[in-house]
Design a protein around this ligand. Structure first.
Ligand code: GCB
Length: 623
């Protein structure tokens, strides 16, 4: 066997040098704005899968990546070649047609018992026919998200790769598809990576797989790739934004932005680069601003030659004034709750509109008007639904705990993921805060890293607020404060605070005082305690509902005396899976800080928080 492989390997090494220069493998093509609403052919459904623990279809047996060798040297064992035996003598060490299936979208962990803890590569295969009726059209293969690294192969050839588990990516595949029976093979690898974003240590389940929708979108040769539509943060009586065309002949194109409900028709023409910007006075146009009580959305349509797209967009402003957060110029208190992208009832990643409705129904039952979507971008059903329901959102990227701060590639990955979520959600009125990190160490290189991210975010989107969940610290006079130097670069001082759980018991909260030396809104981005639903004890018995409830009582009193407070988001809406949580009686692989259990039971603390928010809400409406 070895002698046969030697020329192949020499060839591969040579090929590596050549192919790296001549034919760099494409990463995601420019993302498509509003892919969510574009007419599409869904590729969701049952895909065959093969578990590749030894990455047999990624590297050959001398660990030379297949990506770096010439097609004639692939051998036949790579499963993405999607072959079938030619006759009974033919040796193939895989078989797609008899392989079991996984449902897409969906993490693999919750679908197959043996995969609950699996971290590694799984290959997926589906088949599809070309949905285009016009051969001139482009065909875009769109993945709403897959965790963590994805490699995509079409008809036995690599299309591209993407790294990052929580943001969309897409590839133009029109040139490579056949009319019928295309083979689409995708590897998803969820191995943790110490220089990745996140790194290898997280307090959440490392769900792997094609966790979000997959679809094919047909587009004309010249198409609307991107747009932004919003109120000008400086002059809110103006609508501002742009439309970006891509494809052939994008310069000097006439296009139209319209909103029939507002009787608005804005003719536009593109510049050399295919971009058309606008600033449209809204004098005389009567607009209902989007807010939490009246989440009014307007349908905007963009028409550019044969292409047209529509989007329901809320118009609002968000800013800070001293220690207040102003929504449409009026102070708002953020009655919040944190959430993971997980449906605890299924013990799986949330991946559908129904899941989003479940999480948001719970948040609304609590009387929350704000959710912190921790600790990574959640699927797009969340911001879309939040837009409809009037729930404000904090969105975050997984710069979590430790990151390889000095590694330029790690920074690039963080910025890429930030860029992808900024791109995806820039037209969502519900999203008011971009959070750049959670509980990061006190290091100069971290401040440098986060400042770069903050500059990037502000440069891209100056209409929202920037924050990060920092740590609290002790101030000189014995009070508590936030001294992380990065707080100088955020619009909101946000911090996690686990007094009464990781530090002492709830009584220690009595008499705790905070002081801040910057006039900014303060948001307490986490506090909480673990409780097993149905487990009872006195208020100092760990893991009991009573303990958690007592902690909520003390924390809510602290919130009442917290200076500059603009809102808070207790940790967390529901129990969630975490491999770090090993207590055999109380945890069993679940972080129990939810106010709702794995079975959907409301714990005592749920009702305490609900009563608090209810009162707060009533007091505000009476104002
Ligand atoms: C934190 C983290 C969060 C954890 C939580 C906990 O500070 O931000 O990801 O899950 O504490 O339960 O310890």
């Amino acid at each position: 066997m070895k002698t046969k492989w030697i020329p192949l390997i020499i060839g591969s090494v040579l090929a590596l040098a050549v192919s790296a220069q001549e034919n760099p493998l494409p990463s995601s093509d420019a993302l498509l704005q509003n892919a969510f609403n574009r007419p599409a052919t869904s590729l969701n459904g049952d895909w065959h899968y093969l578990v590749d623990r030894y990455e047999t279809s990624v590297y050959n047996f001398w660990r030379i990546p297949f990506d770096s060798v010439q097609p004639e040297d692939y051998g036949r064992d790579a499963v993405w070649l999607d072959e079938t035996p030619k006759d009974k003598t033919d040796r193939l060490e895989y078989d797609w047609d008899s392989a079991a299936t996984l449902t897409v979208p969906g993490d693999w962990n919750s679908q197959v018992e043996e995969l609950l803890f699996y971290e590694g590569s799984i290959w997926y295969r589906t088949r599809f026919d070309d949905p285009r009726t016009n051969a001139q059209d482009k065909l875009l293969l769109y993945f709403a998200g897959a965790n963590y690294r994805t490699d995509v192969y079409l008809n036995g050839r690599k299309v591209g790769s993407h790294i990052g588990g929580f943001t969309p990516f897409n590839f133009f595949i029109g040139q490579q598809v056949k009319p019928k029976g295309n083979s689409l093979v995708v590897r998803v690898d969820n191995q943790r990576d110490p220089s990745g974003v996140p790194t290898d240590v997280t307090d959440w389940w490392n769900y792997g797989g094609l966790t979000r929708d997959v679809k094919l979108i047909t587009l004309p040769q010249t198409y609307i790739q991107d747009y932004s539509i919003r109120l000008d943060p400086e002059r809110p009586e103006e609508l501002t934004g742009y439309v970006q065309l891509e494809g052939s002949g994008v310069a000097g194109q006439e296009l139209k932005l319209s909103c029939p409900e507002l009787d608005l028709v804005i003719p536009l023409s593109t510049d050399q680069s295919g971009k058309a910007t606008f600033n449209q006075s809204l004098k005389g146009v009567s607009i209902e601003r989007w807010d939490t009580e009246n989440p009014r959305l307007y349908e905007f349509a963009i028409t550019a030659g044969p292409d047209r797209t529509t989007d329901r967009i809320g118009l609002r402003t968000i800013e800070t004034r001293g220690s207040e957060i102003l929504l449409n110029g009026k102070p708002i208190f953020l009655r919040g709750i944190c959430s993971h992208e997980e449906n605890p009832l299924k013990g799986s990643r949330a991946n559908s509109e129904a899941d989003a409705r479940q999480l948001m129904a719970w948040a609304r039952e609590l009387q929350a008007n704000f959710m912190r979507l921790a600790h990574y971008p959640h699927n797009e059903y969340m911001p879309r639904l939040a837009d409809e329901l009037g729930i404000l959102l904090w969105e975050e990227i997984p710069v979590y705990w430790t990151i390889d701060w000095k590694n330029e590639a790690t920074y690039a990955l963080a910025e890429q993921q930030l860029g992808e979520v900024l791109f995806r959600d820039k037209n969502r009125a519900s999203v008011i805060i971009w959070s750049l990190a959670n509980e990061t160490p006190d290091l100069e290189e971290k401040v440098r890293f986060l400042r770069r991210l903050a500059e990037y975010a502000r440069g891209y989107d100056n209409s929202r607020l920037i924050s990060a969940a920092l740590f609290k610290s002790k101030s000189a006079d014995g009070k508590m404060t936030v001294s992380d130097p990065f707080s100088a670069y955020t619009d909101i001082i946000a911090f996690n605070e686990y007094l009464g759980w990781y530090e002492g018991t709830p009584e220690i909260l009595d008499g705790v005082e905070f002081v801040f030396n910057q006039q900014k809104p303060v948001l307490v981005s986490e506090w909480g305690a673990g409780a097993l639903a149905g487990f009872h004890g006195d208020a100092l018995t760990r893991w009991s509902e009573e303990y958690q409830d007592y902690l909520y009582q003390e924390q809510l009193e602290l919130m009442d005396r917290m200076p500059q407070l603009a809102g808070f988001t207790p940790w967390i809406l529901s129990d969630f899976r975490s491999p770090r949580r090993m207590h055999p009686q109380y945890q069993k692989g679940w972080n129990r800080k939810g106010v709702i259990s794995q079975e959907g039971e409301r714990k005592q603390a749920f009702y305490r928080l609900q009563a608090y928010y209810d009162k707060k809400k009533k007091a505000e409406t009476e104002k």
